[in-house]
Write a protein that binds this ligand. Structure first.
Ligand code: ATP
Ligand code: MG
Length: 643
């Protein structure tokens, strides 16, 4: 293959749009067919929530199936990596990003692939070749060293030996995506930034930021398989369960980081200063409130996180799949990203609903490349506004409660006169984790948010506080399991307010079913999300419309009666004595939580349950049965909502 001479004009800045076009043009000129970006939410693949790399939608073809477009493909793929969330805020990581990919499905092999990467970066993009270093796989007891790639880099490309690094499996062996599948050694390319080396041994495997990974050639030579020859130990490599088998069809999968390339081409120090992000970051800067106390680092970090997260949620919700915030799967990631963005908005002093404005800028900036964003704009904006309003209310209520408890502690605490909610342990005064957990449980205020707010107030909230809050959660989950197995698996993250309301509604529903249909009714299972409750119970036949209406009416009557909901921790024996509903197969002497709805002569329901629940039924809106169907023999299922 002949390499192209460097052209003068490419040494200047390029817009991201030009880079997209040049990428596609170059790889097409090398015989690749351009395929569209697959959806961010994978089709027919329950093993991952999001498309994490360009190769992901191509797995069947990498496994040997014929691709209708041929054996050389390229595209720009929308990717999302939740693993990288904590990384966001540095210079080079996003949750959502675009990958420039090209593939050989049993066509060319290492030499051609490496040459094309090099030519694209140095000749088409005009990157300074002296700043590029590469890594190759050093080999281990199962798989030989990748000398072939090393030789190509050195002899064919001419990279000096001291810029070729040999790294172990952990760094330079790719895949498989799950436990098994195609995999192989990879060869990564790094660009040296202007940051100083972090030490003598600074190298591309180091996280200090000097070396930015710009691309990765994956050579899929092997398939990792469940071993079928476990009884012939000598033939089984690595461990007894798996073996590496050489693939009949060898493939190449190359992924280049679009944002990082744009950053280098636009002479920026981080991806957030490129034209991909600048309008978004500017919009955030426009909305934030001047605050002299905020460090520049924190301000930049919060801006980056908001910009990243809003770009990510806009792309997820804009993906034609209709994924909005929820408590499960992709929707849960959306919710988490939104909440983090709100939290960072608060750090920047933004107290009004604002996320939709950032999303509008994201859509504007990307719609020419991704028209689906414009198509789903109304959905994105609507969902964002709804979610932000709801979460800000939760925060508001939680904050009020925090103030009530800790207000007197702002500006200093008198240890002699310790406010409730503070403890002294080993001579250290700090917030009581149990109290913080309680605020979360009752008001939905996430523990990290309490921490952040209290830090601002100058109230000690340390690791011990977090530990206590977590222990409390664990205890509460155990109680929950003892009380009603599997009824409410609420983690710290998802005991949202709506879920809590529906949980109380489920108690009202059980008692109402018993009163209308009879004592033969027991709970058989339940599953609650923020949107609906699903409730299984023993009953031999379909409910009539009239029965359904009566049950609804009885539930709603209790809601209207403003009944208090009280919780007590008592022994199982006592719980039985007061006729609490629940699972009684627990150990003797165990304590359980019993939730009682109503009081005095007006007790409506009593259940052993871990909670959490609302304080008063008046917090619930109108209950409605959406569906009643068979679940299994002798078990009916109701899906219900609070309207
Ligand atoms: P890193 O070690 O920097 O996280 P990686 O090894 O996870 O990168 P690959 O899985 O090889 O990256 O992905 C191919 C390319 O995609 C990388 O070379 C990089 O340029 C880009 N890339 C990977 N993760 C991100 C991210 N979170 N944000 C932006 N670009 C990314
Ligand atoms: Mg990574």
């Amino acid at each position: 293959m002949k390499l192209l001479p460097v052209k003068k004009e490419i040494l200047k800045d390029m817009t991201s749009q030009e880079i997209r076009e040049k990428f596609v043009k170059y790889f097409r000129s090398r015989g690749h067919k351009e395929i569209p970006s697959a959806s961010l939410v994978p089709e027919n693949d329950p093993t991952v929530l999001f498309t994490t790399a360009g190769m992901h939608p191509l797995v069947p073809y990498l496994m040997g199936e014929n691709h209708p477009e041929g054996r050389r493909l390229c595209n720009i793929q929308k990717c999302l990596r939740t693993d990288d969330i904590e990384e966001v805020g540095d210079n080079t990581h996003n949750t959502f990003f675009e990958m420039l990919g090209y593939w050989s499905l049993g066509d060319y092999w290492k030499k051609e692939s490496i040459k094309m990467s090099w030519e694209f970066f140095t000749k088409i993009m005009g990157l300074d070749s002296r700043k590029i270093s590469v890594t190759v796989f050093e080999g281990n007891e199962d798989i030989p060293k990748d000398s072939e790639s090393a030789e190509i880099w050195e002899k064919e490309i001419g990279i000096p030996k001291d810029k070729i690094y040999f790294l172990p499996m952990q760094e330079n062996f790719w895949g498989p995506i799950g436990e098994i599948g195609p995999c192989g050694p990879c060869s990564e390319m790094f660009y040296e930034t202007d940051l100083p080396k972090c030490g003598e041994n600074c190298n591309p495997a180091c996280d200090c930021g000097r070396y930015v990974e710009i691309g990765n050639n994956v050579f899929m030579e092997y398939e990792k398989k469940e071993s079928r020859i476990t009884n012939h130990e000598s033939q089984v490599k690595n461990n007894e369960k798996y073996e590496y088998v050489v693939l009949k069809q060898k493939n190449v999968d190359v992924g280049l980081g679009f944002e990082r390339l744009v950053m280098i081409k636009q002479n920026k120090n981080n991806i957030f200063e490129t034209d991909l992000f600048q309008p978004i970051v500017d919009k955030i800067k426009n909305l934030e409130i001047e605050n002299g106390d905020l460090s520049k680092e924190q301000k930049n970090k919060s801006e980056k996180i908001i910009a990243d997260h809003l770009r990510a949620v806009s792309f997820i919700m804009g993906d034609d799949k209709g994924v909005g915030p929820s408590n499960v799967d992709q929707g849960y990631v959306v919710r988490k990203l939104i909440r983090r963005a709100i939290r960072h908005g608060k750090i920047l002093g933004i107290e009004k609903v604002f996320l939709f404005k950032i999303a509008e800028t994201v859509i504007e900036n990307y719609k020419s490349v991704y028209p689906e964003l414009e198509r789903n704009k109304d959905f994105i904006i609507e969902q964002l506004v709804k979610e932000e309003e709801k979460f800000r209310e939760t925060l508001e209520r939680g904050l009020k409660e925090l103030k009530k408890i800790y207000g007197t502690a702002i500006g200093g605490v008198d240890p002699e006169n310790l406010p409730k909610g503070m403890v002294i342990q080993n001579n250290v005064m700090r917030a009581d984790g149990k109290r913080i957990f309680h605020i979360y449980e009752t008001y939905g205020l996430p523990v990290e948010m309490s921490q952040e707010i209290m830090k601002e107030w100058g109230i000690a909230f340390d690791e011990q506080t977090i530990k206590e809050a977590k222990e409390e959660l664990k205890k509460h989950q155990e109680l929950s399991r003892a009380g009603a197995a599997g009824k409410f698996k609420g983690g710290l993250a998802d005991a949202g307010e709506e879920t809590i309301k529906l949980h109380t509604a489920a108690h009202l529903l059980l008692e109402s079913l018993r009163r209308i249909l009879g004592d033969h009714i027991y709970q058989k299972g339940s599953n609650i999300t923020a949107e609906r409750l699903r409730f299984d119970f023993s009953h031999p036949k379909k409910l009539t419309d009239e029965e359904k209406r009566k049950v609804e009416d009885l539930v709603n009557e209790q809601i209207q009666k403003n009944l208090p909901v009280n919780c007590e921790e008592i022994s199982l024996e006592e719980a039985k004595k007061i006729n609490a509903m629940g699972v009684f197969e627990n150990k003797y002497g165990e304590k359980v939580k019993v939730y009682t709805i109503g009081e005095g002569d007006n007790i409506f329901s009593r259940e052993i349950c871990g909670g959490p629940h609302v304080k008063n039924t008046s917090e619930l809106s109108k209950f409605k049965i959406k569906k009643e169907q068979s679940s299994s023999a002798g078990v009916r299922r109701i899906k219900g909502v609070l309207e």
